[in-house]
Design a protein around this ligand. Structure first.
Ligand SMILES: N[C@@H](CCC(=O)N[C@@H](CS)C(=O)NCC(=O)O)C(=O)O
Length: 212
């Protein structure tokens, strides 16, 4: 059974896989479970009528399960885990919210035009907490094995690296060594390479949000 998966097309390149971290999380889960899937690229600047009919909120990703389109990466990943339990990717509940504030802190800092508003420090605090968690429990969030929380975090950390590098010439401090190793391991996964957006599309995706 091949699942149909609607994901974001690249900004300005509707035939190329785009830069949505929630879409990549779903693709990484499908790859991790070796579920065959067919990509449907959605141009978010010109959403097709069928897509808005089955998914009036108009957000990607959406996946078709038993003839019904389902939205939201949390819900989709939950269904994938139920339908395709092997290999299990569930994160033990005590670790499931590790790193959950990193993306919000990154976006606030990325959009900030005021260097003294504390947004850089807030991001640094979240990254430091993640680094300390990895030091205590790593190499991945729940230990030796990649689990769902890593697959959710990896695309977000990739966006963080690419967008902050480009727009703010900012990089994750070198002394967060566990976090650096974690990113390197995740970014070098074959499934990550296969499902990631090219850097230029990540930058193009953030451009209107950074310079509205
Ligand atoms: N909570 C949703 C968020 C999905 C989301 O925000 N997707 C963005 C793209 S990254 C989107 O479709 N935005 C609609 C638009 O830009 O029109 C999930 O986890 O799937």
């Amino acid at each position: 059974m091949t699942l149909e998966v609607a994901v974001k097309a690249a900004a300005g390149a509707p035939d190329v896989l785009g830069d949505c971290p929630f879409c990549q999380r779903v693709l990484l889960t499908l790859e991790g479970k070796k579920v065959p899937y067919k990509l449907i690229l959605i141009n978010l600047s010109d959403k097709p009528k069928w897509f808005l009919e089955v998914n009036p909120e108009g957000k990607v990703p959406v996946v078709k399960f038993d003839d019904k389109w389902v939205s939201d990466s949390d819900v989709i990943v939950g269904i994938l885990e139920e339908k395709f339990p092997e290999p299990a990717l569930v994160t033990p509940s005590e670790f499931s919210s590790v790193g959950s504030k990193v993306f919000g802190a990154f976006v606030t800092f990325l959009k900030s035009k005021d260097p003294s508003d504390g947004s850089e420090q807030a991001l640094l605090a979240e990254l430091k907490a993640l680094d300390e968690h990895l030091k205590a429990h790593g190499p991945y969030v729940a230990g030796e094995k990649v689990t769902a929380v890593d697959l959710a975090l990896a695309p977000k950390l990739y966006h963080l690296d690419v967008a902050l590098g480009h727009f703010k010439k900012w990089t994750v401090p070198a002394d967060l060594t566990h976090l650096h190793k974690y990113k390197e391991s995740l970014f070098s996964l074959e499934s990550f390479q296969k499902t990631k957006a090219e850097e230029k599309y990540v930058i193009a995706g953030w451009e209107p949000k950074v310079n509205p």
